[in-house]
Structures are given as structure tokens and as C-alpha cells.
Design a protein around this ligand. Structure first.
Ligand SMILES: *Cc1c(COP(=O)(O)O)cnc(C)c1O
Length: 469
């Protein structure tokens, strides 16, 4: 091993390096190129200073390649399109719900043009941005009033802060959940300035448990959808209706955080029966909160619906202003909501619902189509086959429920499956799949028909680069 000093002095000079790659980087901002090059050299210097024993002087060709890769990586959009072959429809890490073309058009229109975002076109006076969707949400859910904020976490925080500040909120011990991204019901209640009173046992909570702890300091009975976990066996929980009746008998409010919040009953498509938002509103709870980008299939948003008196208090909370949604969310939210006036239309056009309810034959056909396209380009030692698999709803909805699906399965004679998984993730159009028992699966439920040719091309390019061998 060379000594530190010689290694350090062998590092390339920034100006010379820039000159060396200048012919290939002309169309890229000089500042970006310089930063990328400097970062490469700095990183190597740091490795040497950290006594990394694998450090050897690189040839100028090696540096040249390294610089160009670094520049290309830095010049690429960080937020990129990927192919979702995981079969998880509402995949939080991959952006949850997709928007349909009309929803995207609405969003583009709102971005490229001036809009009546806060102008009442009849009176010419300042309008409220929420009024653009409030009536539609009320039509669809049966609620008296509605409000939309940034996401459902914000909706829960704002609602409790508005209705129970400094007072007690009673929640069942079985519903003190943590949702991904460190959203924990006890923490949110604490942040919103209310005091959590836990009742019941983890697996069973009865109406009397709530009733026993109600005092003059109680403001609200809160029910939380357990979303991403399920308690099975000897269990019981109090229904929204019972909770609302009890709350009202004591002059208190009842709230349900529905999490996913579905507007259509999906049980006829083989999914478990879940209460719809309309049913929960009808049960008499004062406020219901749910996400815009889970089963609703729209943009990231938190919908708050319920009784007018309660919603008015929430609207007046100064915190509401800090959590307000932007015009892009409003535009695409209105577009997705309009689909729900006709349930068949919603099922056919909202991508999340379409992916969840598509007939399995269509998925199989797509898997076969992909196989046909790549079969002849497979590298030696790689075998593909058609497999049944289980897709997931995702987004914390119906966690235990698998949807029968079809996948293209990849098996390797040599090399590890994790190298394949990693390699596909690093493509220009990254392909994200699932590894199960040393088999790489691409679940075709979450890959659209239009994506099959691109996906096939990506896979073929990958093999032609010979990255695996
Ligand atoms: C997902 C979820 C949330 C958080 O919603 P976001 O829209 O992701 O902020 C809150 N409560 C429940 C029960 C959930 O399932």
C-alpha cells in the first residue's frame, strides 16, 4: 500500500479534470460539472485520510469515467419515474396513488394558467380555496361540511388541536397505532395539546370502558382505524355508532380517523368489507378524517368531513392556514372526486381503484406479454417463468389481505438475486420488484399495459450491458 502522502499528491487537479471531460459536458451547466468533479476528488481524499486500505491511485481513464458518471448522476432529476413491479398498489415509498390523465390535466392547467383559486367569480370578491371542493366532498360523503389539509396526519393534528386543546381525548388501547413515517397517535394527541386517556385492553375495548373515564375534562372520544396491523382472535371494539351515541349523551364530540378512507365498497371485488366514509359519517360521529392518496386515489391530502359546527371550529384554527393545500392538490383532488359521482366511472378511471379491481386474466396476459418480449434476450443462466403471487393494497389499508395476481419470476443459476434486484433499481428507468426465496418477482398488477414495452426494453438493455456477469 502506498503511503498517505503519495496517495494524496496523486489526486487529480480540479482544473485539469474539468478540461479532460469538457468535450462531453458542454451542454451541462459548468457549475454543476465543477461541483460533481470536486465532490469525486473530495470523496477520494476523505477515504485516503480515513486510512481506507483499498485506496490505490486511479488511472486517468478511471478518473475520467468516474467524473462522467458523477456529472451524469448530478445532472439527472432526483425525483424520477420508476416501474412498480412490487404489486403493492398504494406504495408509500413509490408515491402512493397515481393520477389519471384528466387529473394530470387539471393539475397542469392550474400550474400553467391563472385560476380562480381564491376569487369568487360571481361576486368578484375574495373567495375561499376550500369552497372549490367542499360541496363535492359533502355530496359524496353525506357530510354537512368539509375541509382539506396537507395530509391525513395534518388532518388529525388540526382536528384534535381545534376540538380538544387542553382537554382529554379518550382512545382504545388497541388503536394507539404508529403509521409509517413516525406518525403515532399518542404523539399527535400530545402535539395537538390534548391529553390522551387510554382505555380497554390491547385486544378488547368495551363501551363501558370509555364511559367510566369520562369527566368534565373530556372533550372527545376518538376511534382510530388500525390500518397497518390487525388484531385477530379474541377481540372486540366499539362501533363508530355506539361511540357517537355515548359521546353525544355526555355532550362530547366523537371523531374517527379512518386512515385510508374509501368511498366505494370494494367487497364485491374480493376485498374485505371495510366501512366507507359515507357509512362512518352516517353513524353519527362528528368528524371523520382520511387520506387523499390512499384508497381515494387522488393527490396527497387530508380530508376532514363532518358536522358543520365542528368543521367551522377547525376552519377558524390559525394552524389551518399553516397546513393548507396548494392549487395543484386542489386541482387534482377536484378532478378525482368528480369521478365518484358515478361509481362505475370511479372504478374504471381512478388508477388506484382500477389496479385493485382489475380482472386477474388481464394481469396474466400482461405477464405473458412481458415474457414474450424478453424471452429471447435472456442472458445465459437466467430463467423466467409465470407465477401466481399475492399483491397488496398498501398504504396501511387491509394489511393482511393479499390479492391474487400474476408475476414474471426470474431465477439465476449463477450470481445472487440481490445483484439483479440492485442492478434493475439502478437503471435509467429503475425497475422495482420483490425478492422471495431467491426469486425476483415482477408483479404485473402494478405495471400498466403501456409500460410493458418500456419495461422489456429496460430489462434487455440491462442484460446487454452484462452488468450481472
Ligand atoms: C395513513 C394514515 C394516517 C396518515 O395519513 P397521511 O395521509 O399519510 O398523512 C393517519 N391515520 C391513519 C389511521 C392512517 O392509516
Amino acid at each position: 500500500m502506498m503511503d498517505k502522502k503519495s496517495l494524496l499528491s496523486a489526486l487529480p487537479k480540479i482544473d485539469e479534470s474539468l478540461a479532460d471531460i469538457s468535450s462531453s459536458t458542454q451542454s451541462i451547466p459548468a457549475r454543476l460539472v465543477k461541483l460533481a468533479v470536486r465532490h469525486c476528488v473530495d470523496a477520494e481524499r476523505q477515504r485516503i485520510l480515513n486510512n481506507d486500505t483499498s485506496c490505490v491511485p486511479l488511472t486517468s481513464d478511471q478518473w475520467h469515467k468516474r467524473f462522467l458518471e458523477a456529472v451524469a448522476a448530478k445532472n439527472q432529476m432526483n425525483l424520477r419515474r420508476v416501474i412498480n413491479g412490487t404489486g403493492v398498489v398504494i406504495h408509500t415509498n413509490l408515491g402512493r396513488s397515481l393520477l389519471s390523465p384528466p387529473m394530470v390535466e387539471a393539475l397542469q392547467r392550474a400550474g400553467a394558467h391563472y385560476t380562480n383559486l381564491e376569487l369568487n367569480l360571481s361576486t368578484g370578491k375574495r373567495g375561499s380555496r376550500y369552497s372549490l371542493v367542499e360541496e363535492i366532498i359533502c355530496d359524496l360523503t353525506g357530510a354537512e361540511a368539509a375541509l382539506v389539509v396537507n395530509n391525513n396526519a395534518a388532518a388529525v393534528l388540526l382536528t384534535i388541536d381545534s376540538l380538544a386543546l387542553g382537554k382529554q381525548v379518550i382512545v382504545s388501547r388497541g388503536q394507539l397505532v404508529e403509521i409509517g413515517g413516525s406518525f403515532r397517535i399518542p404523539d399527535v394527541i400530545a402535539k395537538s395539546g390534548a391529553h390522551l386517556i387510554e382505555v380497554g385492553a390491547t385486544n378488547r375495548t368495551h363501551l363501558a370502558d370509555y364511559e367510566k373515564v369520562i369527566t368534565d375534562d373530556t372533550a372527545m372520544l376518538l376511534k382510530v382505524h388500525t390500518s397497518n396491523f390487525k388484531i385477530i382472535g379474541f377481540t372486540s371494539e366499539v362501533s363508530a355508532e355506539e361511540l357517537a351515541t355515548l359521546a353525544h349523551a355526555h355532550g362530547l364530540l366523537a371523531m374517527e380517523d379512518l386512515g385510508s378512507g374509501c368511498l366505494v365498497d370494494l367487497s364485491s371485488f374480493g376485498l374485505p368489507q371495510e366501512p366507507t366514509v359515507q357509512q362512518i359519517v352516517k353513524s353519527g360521529v362528528d368528524v371523520v378524517t382520511f387520506s387523499g392518496d390512499k384508497l381515494l386515489g387522488g393527490p396527497q391530502a387530508g380530508l376532514i368531513v363532518g358536522r358543520k359546527s365542528a368543521i367551522e371550529r377547525i376552519k377558524r384554527n390559525p394552524l389551518n392556514r399553516a397546513l393548507r393545500i396548494d392549487k395543484f392538490t386542489l386541482a387534482s383532488l377536484e378532478a378525482v372526486l368528480r369521478n365518484y359521482y358515478d361509481l362505475d366511472q370511479a372504478l374504471n378511471t381512478v388508477p388506484t381503484l382500477r389496479m385493485l379491481t382489475q380482472p386477474i386474466e388481464g394481469i396474466k396476459k400482461r405477464a405473458k406479454k412481458l415474457m414474450c418480449r424478453i424471452q429471447r434476450s435472456l442472458p445465459p443462466g437466467c430463467a423466467i417463468s409465470l407465477r401466481t403471487t399475492m399483491s397488496r393494497v398498501g398504504g396501511g389499508a387491509l394489511p393482511e389481505h393479499g390479492l391474487p395476481s400474476w408475476a414474471v419470476a426470474f431465477q439465476l443459476q449463477q450470481g445472487t438475486i440481490s445483484a439483479l434486484e440492485h442492478g434493475l433499481r439502478k437503471l435509467l428507468l429503475p425497475v422495482i420488484g420483490r425478492v422471495e426465496d431467491e426469486v425476483f418477482l415482477l408483479d404485473m398488477r402494478t405495471v400498466s399495459n403501456d409500460e410493458v414495452p418500456e419495461l422489456a426494453d429496460s430489462l434487455i438493455t440491462f442484460w446487454q450491458q452484462g452488468t450481472l456477469s
